[in-house]
Design a binder for this molecule. Structure first.
Ligand code: ADP
Length: 184
């Protein structure tokens, strides 16, 4: 049973790698960013509440994403493993997740930290052209990453759950490293 959490700065290639690995392992790829963008497109209540935060590179309030993740992890396809991409993004969310997994009996999760230097992630994000990939919003997302999300590296390392992969290589090389590291 594979349960993986992907950590890393925006632009490290988390989304691509998480999606590829999930397809390879035949488990769901659960991306909170994708779910939120879908909700915005469909103009749901969740989408309306999340939009202004996302446009500015701020984190969406915990309760919104936490409810979303809880609902998703309870679905039947998530009972045979999953890859979480974009959640948790701060320590409060990690604490929420630990309790949730405990109550769902879904333990044994590992965390992959996909690391890449600032120059690499900025170049990649500017080339991507998503709505929140303007220079100003990217700068803010990197700040939020540094202040709120990067502390999760120590959080998970202290709990012996952290695996690190160098994201500053080709997609193929990252994928090879990923497969090796999760195989233990
Ligand atoms: P990236 O990996 O490029 O930062 P994501 O698709 O993971 O992009 O996230 C895009 C945006 O969605 C974030 O900037 C944030 O506003 C919102 N978001 C996604 N996941 C979370 C989360 N766990 N908590 C709060 N906001 C989130």
């Amino acid at each position: 049973m594979t349960r993986l959490i992907f950590l890393g700065p925006p632009g490290a290639g988390k989304g691509t790698q998480a999606q590829t690995l999930a397809a390879f392992l035949q488990i769901p790829h659960i991306s909170t960013g994708d779910i939120l963008r879908q909700a915005i497109q469909e103009k749901t209540d969740l989408g309306k509440k999340a939009q202004s935060f996302m446009d500015q590179g701020e984190l969406v309030p915990d309760k919104l994403v936490e409810d979303m993740v809880e609902e998703r992890l309870k679905k039947s396809d998530a009972q045979t493993g999953w890859i979480l991409d974009g959640f948790p993004r701060k320590v409060t969310q990690a604490e929420f997740l630990a309790k949730l997994l405990n109550s769902l009996g879904q333990g044994g999760e590992q965390v992959v930290n996909l690391d890449a230097p600032d120059e690499t992630v900025i170049t990649r994000l500017l080339g991507r052209g998503r709505k929140d990939d303007t220079e100003e919003v990217i700068r803010r997302r990197l700040e939020v990453y540094r202040d709120d999300t990067a502390p999760l590296i120590n959080y998970y390392s202290d709990r012996q759950k952290l695996l690190t992969v160098n994201g500053n290589q080709s997609q193929e090389e990252v994928f090879t490293d990923l497969k090796n590291i999760i195989a233990g």
